[in-house]
Design a protein around this ligand. Sequence first.
Ligand SMILES: Nc1ncnc2c1ncn2[C@@H]1O[C@H](COP(=O)(O)OP(=O)(O)O)[C@@H](O)[C@H]1O
Ligand SMILES: [Mg+2]
Length: 357
Amino acid sequence: MKEPCEVELISVTKKYGKTIAADAVSLGIRRGEFLTLLGPSGCGKTTLLRMIAGFETPDDGRVILGGEDVTGVPPYRRDVTTVFQHYALFPHLNVFANVAFGLERKGAPRDEIKKRVADALELVRLGEMEDRRSSELSGGQQQRVALARALVLEPKVLLLDEPLAALDLKLRKQMQVELKSLQRRLGISFVFVTHDQEEALTMSDRIAVLNAGVIEQLGTAEEIYERPQTEFVARFIGDSNIIDAEVDRVEEGMTVVKTGLTEFSVYGSASNVGEPVRVMVRPEKITLSADEKGILKGKIDSAVYQGESTLWKVTVEGGQELIALEQNRESAASIESRVGQRVSISWPAESAIMLKA
Ligand SMILES: Nc1ncnc2c1ncn2[C@@H]1O[C@H](COP(=O)(O)OP(=O)(O)O)[C@@H](O)[C@H]1O
Ligand SMILES: [Mg+2]
């Protein structure tokens, strides 16, 4: 059975002069899903949100909300609300009035407004703060008021454009947990924008990684991290080693590649035998040992003691450089003494991932 989509972008394109902010993007956001748009500054995240909200009209393609084509429908007639990074509360109004604003404009009855504002403030744990002026609140409290102001309208979809970027690290972590649990309780769809990979990995049901107006990969945190499909995704999320190799042969579900004199298996299906490919291995999947059994051989260039772990730099025979991250079980002195030694380098077979050209 196909899960119902709350939001559907069908081949949506948006250009600003020569800049293609969205390049034929297709994306379905499921009912009750926490979906994150992740990518570097300028990759088109805000543009996609603004097209879902209706603040921008695509040059091409369609926007579907709750099964209805809303491509030409203005923002106030769409069942979505947006929380921005700069949440722009009215500083001279109190918390109640800030949250009530949207309902008042819609002409909701007085009693209903009271009840719904109280409920929304309860949701964001600001039940006691109705009478405070918003200028008297901390950054985190103001962001919660902005959330309540959006939630009080009971949207089917909440759009959040880097809502935590202005908060300090500790508060950001706390708000990440609160937002996620709020989304679970409400069961509505969240489309969350961030350029912070860690934030995306910890909060999302699925992540769409964007690069220059294109979705490079869409998947769960684990899929994106463990099996990136492109070099962009591999490099943008976490640390990665990229090894140049050549397709040697294809076996069941695996490809065997060759680099220098060694060959090893790689997760992913190959193109043509003899073709140059790039293979990714995460630093924490690598084990260095003194024996001769590893997949590759090399020499330790440096070791950085980091408390719980050590970051090794190793040059492989043939000249490529790899980094390895290992949990510390030795003393700093014994780690230091290994610099300059020859090592063999190994990893679990399924941790070597073939990237698309
Ligand atoms: N109103 C606009 N006029 C001109 N260029 C714009 C406009 N909005 C966005 N852009 C350009 O479109 C690209 C994508 O922007 P944006 O969606 O804001 O990216 P992000 O939110 O990922 O940082 C950028 O190159 C940006 O400069
Ligand atoms: Mg943006």
